[in-house]
Design a protein around this ligand. Structure first.
Ligand code: ZN
Length: 280
């Protein structure tokens, strides 16, 4: 099916590639430097990881030296097992959660994407082996990659990979462009703060975890969507409505045409209620 936006490996700056999938499926990316390649997220199945690898190989023969995992969700990290076994860098809690949630999360994705399970099933847990709490810098031959944790958002350990020389930010699932953000393990109110910190970076190009390439404009739009939803949910909570009633009362206004409302809005409401009750 034709996508409404550009997909595939897109060179967004010299040597910097976004790997964008159609239909809001998971995005990834890679950075080609003189002496090696950094891959950002490894996708969910062996086929997808191999597609990403093939795109790397179309551009360069240089070895993959590092992998960055933006967070622990399987659609971003299962491919760790397929790519060359090089150091994998992520947030401290990405490693913890990937290991602790492995069985349950695999069962969740099996039920969500049964047709893809045969391809996920054999992949072994391959957790990050270099982790950090707030900030780290990966020094490549000709540029540096700033890795930053901007606060709880889509998970408790989302990492942004920022290339200051070209103003490109790989935002992982901190950024959902044109799709309702997935907050199943998220912190909707905190997410607004983290998104505004990312906006403050002033990146020219933001590679989201799902949906089309964007800039601060698209990120800003996502933050407004979250603000609108979280604000309405807070009113419903204060009025004593149930989560289901809060979901039904949502008026998305300018975001009414965004994808994945049916399956994702209940999760945003559930987690926003947990935040309001002080359970998170
Ligand atoms: Zn995710």
């Amino acid at each position: 099916m034709a996508s409404t936006y550009d997909t595939g490996a897109i060179e967004v700056a010299s040597g910097v590639y976004a790997f964008i999938q159609a239909g809001g499926a998971t995005d990834a990316g890679f950075i080609v430097d003189r002496d090696g390649v950094v891959v950002i997220d490894t996708l969910m199945t062996a086929s997808l990881a191999n597609q990403l690898l093939a795109e790397v190989r179309r551009v360069t023969d240089a070895p993959i030296r590092h992998i960055i995992n933006t967070h622990w969700h399987g659609d971003h990290v299962f491919g760790n097992a397929v790519l060359p076994q090089v150091p994998i860098i992520a947030h401290d809690t990405c490693r913890e959660d990937l290991l602790a949630e492995w069985d349950g999360h695999r069962a969740f994705l099996r039920d969500l994407y049964p047709a893809l399970w045969p391809e996920m099933e054999p992949l072994e847990a391959t957790p990050p082996d270099i982790t950090f709490e707030t900030k780290a810098t990966l020094h490549l031959a000709s540029r540096s990659v700033e890795l930053m944790f901007l606060g709880r958002a889509h998970t408790r350990g989302d990492v942004v990979a920022y290339l200051p020389d070209v103003g490109v930010a790989f935002a992982g699932d901190l950024a959902f462009h044109k799709y309702i953000p997935n907050a199943r393990d998220g912190f909707p109110a905190d997410w607004i703060t983290a998104a505004s910190r990312l906006e403050d970076l002033g990146a020219d190009i933001i590679v989201p975890g799902h949906g089309p390439l964007g800039s601060n404009a698209e990120l800003h739009e996502m933050r407004e969507c979250l603000e609108l939803v979280v604000g309405q949910v807070r009113q419903s909570y204060e009025a004593g409505l149930t989560e289901e009633q809060a979901r039904d009362a949502l008026q998305l206004g300018p975001f009414a045409d965004w994808g994945r409302q049916e399956d994702r809005l209940p999760g945003v409401v559930r987690r926003a209620y947990m935040e309001l009750r002080g359970d998170l």
